[in-house]
Design a protein around this ligand. Sequence first.
Ligand code: NAI
Length: 247
Amino acid sequence: MSLIEKTVLVTGGSRGIGRSIALLFAKEGANVIINYTKDEEGATDVIKEIESLGVKGLAIKANISKAEEVDKMIDEIKENFDRVDILINNAGITKDGLFIGMKERDWDKVMEVNLKGVFLCTKAVIRKMIKQKHGKIINISSIVGIIGNPGQVNYSASKAGVIGFTKSLAREVASRNITVNAIAPGFIETDMTKILPEDVKRNMVETIPMKKYGKPEDVANLAVFLSSDKADYITGQVIHVDGGMAM
Ligand code: NAI
């Protein structure tokens, strides 16, 4: 599953699932660009690890929900790399709360990062992919976008949106040899889920047929597979990595 000479952009790659994806791509021989918003230290550490594997790494500070910052990020990428072969739309946030008390700004913020961010980053790379007649786009959705979750109306709507985006774009660009797929993780142990109350986590594990949480590497393994030529005939799919939580 060699990704030698490929260049991948992983949004939100300084920690959690994004970090794990970035490192696995580097192990497979790809050059890796990560973006981050605040965590410069985390991003620098990831780049050091990437470069120690003998491939090129670059960290770019950019808020993916702002068009001008995404444009600047793409300019910096163009200065350093000939092309982007693979885009992993991973960055995402939660602003949880029951719907009855949900603030408009918490709705907007989640939509801006989780859905508009996917739009902006994809828009920024797709023209070049069409020209080069090759590209892989992988969007990190969530099973919550499929089965819903109390307290996450904004988040699940954004992640369901990502699935609709994935399927429509997959249909638009399939003939250009570009595949677009979504990964729907279940409960993965990262900083995002660490903040959940212990009782919520205990109850959650009971709903997982495999009775354990997933690891960032479980998601990274699928991202690498979907980006490889072994997955050239797979597009428009939503693949769960959830220990059987949603079937
Ligand atoms: P995390 O909170 O550990 O990492 C999220 C990353 O996104 C961070 O690096 C953060 O800096 C970055 N980010 C946030 N807002 C950004 C912005 N405006 N611009 C650029 N980067 C930004 O979260 P985790 O768990 O690693 O999640 C990664 C993705 O997987 C997210 O899209 C999340 O919704 C999704 N996911 C996570 C699950 C889990 O159980 N951890 C389950 C299902 C989906």
